[in-house]
Design a protein around this ligand. Structure first.
Ligand code: IVH
Length: 684
């Protein structure tokens, strides 16, 4: 083969593999094979510098710095979208579209996420990327071609065929949340300033005069439409256009969907809203576009926005408010968590008055003071947190927070220790040393004991526990099994009927699987998985109680730290007494057999990692099925992982599995492994 041909073949192959890897999340090659192709291309180009071309994938690394960005006049203005917040506004949009088209019946729309990044334009001539520009003021942007070339998700040369000779593709540049977190970690290690959010980090990276810096920032791109086009044929609908763009090598959101009528739009909004927190990138709403492109042209524009499209925004996840005070919450294991008391603020769709500050280090790191104006963040169902401080708004009398020396609930002394889980380099946690003497810890221990995944005592909510502890009716879990109707029925908001129901629920909880019983004890660092392993390994409570460090560390998942926590717990006379009372005749009898798979099951000991959204199983359900079959769950992928079960929108865990060569399976393959036909699948 002639050198020119080989160069072309290599370049095309590498671009195809980039597309498979970055856009489709489905690499066809191992990293080593990819590197070999890339190496061959580099070597050939070095031998034949005359054959080097700007569309070669080797040219993504970033060229020389520029003195400034040149202005680019957009052939077609880059407009914005009108926003809708309430369903009624969406209904009005749909009505206007129907009236404008004199249409009868439901309209077909293309719905897609509204990416929270930066709009850019990519101009291709004869399939080669010639110019990339920012939106700027909509009429004139900046030429950031050199920077955009460094994004592996942007094709330098279009794949496939049939593209118009002049084609302007528009879309959004953004940073994935996981990449953003890693970038900030790097910034922190270097002592550099951290970025505020993925969008700002992306904006900063895009506007670097030195493309070599941009090349080190993990930017991604999604295409969502076209600008100026000359020649060629285009599909008749927006949804088909997105398919076509994908065929030419552009990433398009896999959440895109063709929907029908107002009901279809609102259902899509609900669905994406519920998946928002699980997406790998930030979105601030969804966009609805009339699917028929000819009809779009008929409707045209008003002022700076199209009539044929609308952005349906989600409630903002961040809001400004005043930090009125910092108080302390005592957790189940005695950890003292500083909580910000806030002037009520509407964020993430709810009114927030408290937000976590995590720990003392975090307060120092963010330099949070009482009286500050702060940014509160509430993303998805995550607990609201104080994200950052607006230093420029700090009042002169802002006060620094000091962690108390004694527990605010029981006045026991506060001790500081490293968080075992994160090792010595980890965060320092302040803890109340009062143990179950401390009412706050007692309440949480009881609540944990009764919770669904532990002893599953329905009806023993936090309000009841609170009263039982405050009135000193219940001090330990064993006291629950001595409760009588009289004591319960006299509690606030408790009628005879609910008291009876609660007593029945307590009675019904007396035969828990051993694993749940161990979990219910609330031993520090013993979560559900470890509890299950302990139950499986020792088979009975007596044998677990008698185990020494050496025996404990033979259990998968149990290292020296966890073993020490277990030994500490069982060497505490108070704990042994509670266990003895619980298991006294007529009391709780932990059941060994149920839920524990025989050790020779095909999946015994196999380690699974779940990632992404599975088609019909919740992750919880899939996890329960794996554990019931003797498999184990892990939160992160390592060489020890046996299988990664990936659903849609699987992100970095999938990448990691591919890097490490860990087998990746889908829901169907998982069910096959579990020997479940889809007819038996829960909920099917
Ligand atoms: S279509 C005529 N689709 O939202 C405008 N825009 O307010 C056509 N955006 O700056 C834009 N995701 O960068 C469109 N799926 C999407 C989008 C999207 C984010 C941004 C876009 C623009 C802004 C419009």
């Amino acid at each position: 083969m002639d050198v020119g041909d080989r160069l072309r073949t290599l370049r095309a192959a590498i671009e195809q593999h980039n597309h498979q890897y970055y856009d489709l999340d489905a690499p066809l090659l191992s990293d080593a094979e990819y590197d070999r192709l890339f190496g061959e291309l580099l070597a050939l180009e070095a031998e034949h510098p005359d054959l080097l071309s700007a569309d070669s994938p080797t040219q993504r690394v970033g060229g020389a710095p520029q003195p400034e960005f040149s202005p680019v006049a957009h052939a077609m203005p880059m407009l914005s979208l009108n926003n809708a917040f309430a369903d009624e506004e969406v209904a009005a949009f749909d009505r206007r579209v129907r009236e404008g088209l004199a249409a009868e019946g439901d309209i077909a729309y293309s719905a897609e996420p509204k990416f929270d990044g930066l709009a850019i334009s990519l101009a291709y001539e004869d399939g080669i990327l010639r110019r990339g520009a920012t939106r700027g003021d909509g009429s004139t942007g900046e030429d950031v071609t050199a920077n955009l070339r460094t994004l592996r998700s942007i094709p330098l040369r279009l794949l496939g065929s049939g593209w118009p000779p002049r084609l302007e593709v528009r879309g959004e540049v953004l940073m994935w949340r996981s990449d953003f977190a890693r970038l900030n970690e790097r910034q922190r290690e270097k002592g550099d300033k951290e970025f505020v959010n993925p969008r700002n980090a992306a904006a900063g990276a895009l506007r670097q005069l030195d493309p070599r810096i941009t090349a080190t920032r993990p930017l991604r791109f999604f295409a969502y439409g076209l600008g100026a086009v000359e020649g060629g044929h285009l599909p008749a609908t927006h949804s088909a256009l997105l398919e076509q763009l994908a065929g030419w090598g552009f990433p398009v959101a896999s959440e895109r969907r063709r929907v029908s009528g107002l009901a279809g739009l609102l259902a899509y909004y609900q669905e994406i809203g519920s998946r928002r927190a699980a997406l790998p990138y930030d979105i601030d709403g969804v966009v609805y576009k009339l699917d028929d492109l000819a009809a779009q042209a008929r409707l045209g524009f008003v002022a700076r926005a199209p009539r044929f499209a609308v952005a349906h925004k989600f409630p903002a996840e961040e809001a400004l408010t005043e930090l009125l005070d910092i108080s302390i919450q005592v957790g189940r294991t005695g950890a003292l968590t500083p909580v910000a008391r806030l002037k009520p603020v509407f964020v993430g769709g709810v009114t927030v008055t408290n937000a976590t500050l995590h720990n003392e280090d975090e307060i120092r790191r963010k330099d949070v003071r009482i009286g500050d104006t702060v940014v509160v963040r509430r993303a998805g169902d995550v607990i609201p947190e104080v994200a950052r401080v607006l230093l420029e708004k700090r009042p002169a009398d802002a006060r620094e927070f000091v962690m108390p020396q004694t527990c605010p609930v029981c006045a026991s002394s506060v001790v500081r220790s490293h968080d075992e889980k994160s090792g010595t380099g980890g965060t320092v946690v302040a803890r109340c040393s009062g143990g179950l003497f401390c009412p706050a810890q007692r309440k949480q221990a009881l609540w944990h004991f009764a919770s669904r995944r532990a002893m599953d005592i329905e009806g023993l909510g936090d309000k009841i526990v609170e009263q039982l502890v405050d009135l000193d009716i219940v001090r330990t879990p064993a006291d629950l099994y001595r409760l009588g109707l009289l004591a319960l029925a006299n509690l606030e908001r408790m009628a005879d009927k609910s008291a009876n129901n609660l007593l029945a629920a307590i009675e019904n909880s007396k035969r828990p699987p051993l694993a749940r019983f161990i979990y219910a004890l609330g031993i520090r660092n013993v979560g559900e998985t470890t509890a299950r392993e302990l139950a499986r390994h020792f088979g009975s409570l007596e044998r677990l109680l008698a185990a020494d460090d050496a025996q404990l560390t033979q259990v998968p998942d149990v290292g020296p730290t966890v073993a020490q926590c277990i030994r500490q717990f069982f060497s505490e006379p108070h704990n042994l007494e509670v266990i003895a009372q619980l298991c006294a005749p007529g009391g709780v009898v932990p059941q060994q057999a149920e839920g524990v798979a025989p050790v020779d099951s095909a999946l015994a000991g196999k380690i699974f990692v779940l990632t992404g959204t599975l088609p019909s199983l919740t992750r919880d359900a899939a996890g329960q099925m794996i554990m019931a079959a003797g498999g184990k769950l892990s939160a992160s992928v390592s060489k020890k992982t046996d299988f990664v079960v990936a659903g849609s929108e699987a992100g970095s865990k999938l990448e990691k599995a591919q890097q490490l060569g860990v087998p990746v399976i889908d829901q169907g393959q998982l069910l096959a492994l579990l020997n479940v036909s889809s007819a038996e699948e829960p909920g099917a």
